[in-house]
Design a protein around this ligand. Structure first.
Ligand SMILES: [Zn+2]
Length: 231
């Protein structure tokens, strides 16, 4: 989408004035609708489905690429209750099936061949929708090593997918990395892994980036100033 509507506060007020709250919790959009029953809303010369507008406004996001679909949990196309809306792709259901119960097992940890375009695309959408609170969860769900995920989020791999995003990749990365930083706990296992990384000759900088741990912490481990009892 090259052109994007400019949205003013008056548009939002006008939009909100069309909400009729129903007993079911759905917000009925009291305006025009299309043949499929989706409410239509016009803003800055653009006509769009009202639920899509609602999602975008409520989540304070940029206009998504055309491939990003806003779906209803309530199956009511006219509903614009942001709590009944989520982002998905038409391929999402298939991906759910293939990914279900996947987790890293042994030699699968470093495999990236379990990934495909659809899975990467869904991954980005899921991160954007806050379905993951840290990289570990992605590792667990997709069954690939965190370095593989890290490379995707840095734009090193799967660029043909991430280049299509209407949201900057950095934003996607920040969503999950920032949370990971908050959550990274120095467990014995993690210390051992860091020491192993150091033995393998990885730089402190790369370990820090891959594991979302500050470089100074890695440096202290390297110099034996901390966690020297864990071997
Ligand atoms: Zn609803």
């Amino acid at each position: 989408m090259n052109q994007k509507p400019r949205i003013h506060q008056s548009d939002i007020i006008r939009f909100n004035s069309k909400i009729l709250i129903q007993d079911s919790g759905c917000y009925h959009f009291d305006g025009c609708s299309d043949k499929d029953g989706y409410g239509l809303f016009q803003v800055d010369g653009f006509r769009m489905r009202a639920h899509r507008f609602s999602y975008i406004i409520y989540n304070n996001m940029q206009f998504p690429a055309d491939e990003l679909f806003v779906c209803h949990t309530c199956d009511n196309p006219n509903c614009i209750n942001p709590n009944h809306l989520f982002l998905d792709t038409h391929l999402g259901n298939e991906n759910d099936k293939t990914q279900k119960n996947r987790r890293p097992k042994g030699n699968e940890l470093n495999r990236s061949d379990v990934l495909n375009d659809d899975i990467i695309y869904q991954l980005i959408i899921d991160i954007y929708n806050n379905k993951y609170s840290c990289i570990n969860e992605i590792e667990f769900k997709l069954g690939v090593h965190r370095d593989t995920i890290s490379d995707i989020l840095k734009g090193k791999t799967w660029k043909h997918i991430t280049n299509q995003l209407s949201v900057p990749l950095q934003t996607i990365k920040d969503i999950v990395i920032q949370k990971t930083k908050l959550k990274t706990k120095m467990t014995g296992q993690l210390i051992l892994e860091i020491k192993q990384d150091l033995k393998l000759g990885l730089t402190q900088k790369s370990i820090s980036e891959n594991r979302n741990i500050s470089k100074s912490v890695i440096g202290r481990i390297y110099r034996g100033e901390t966690y020297s009892h864990i071997n």
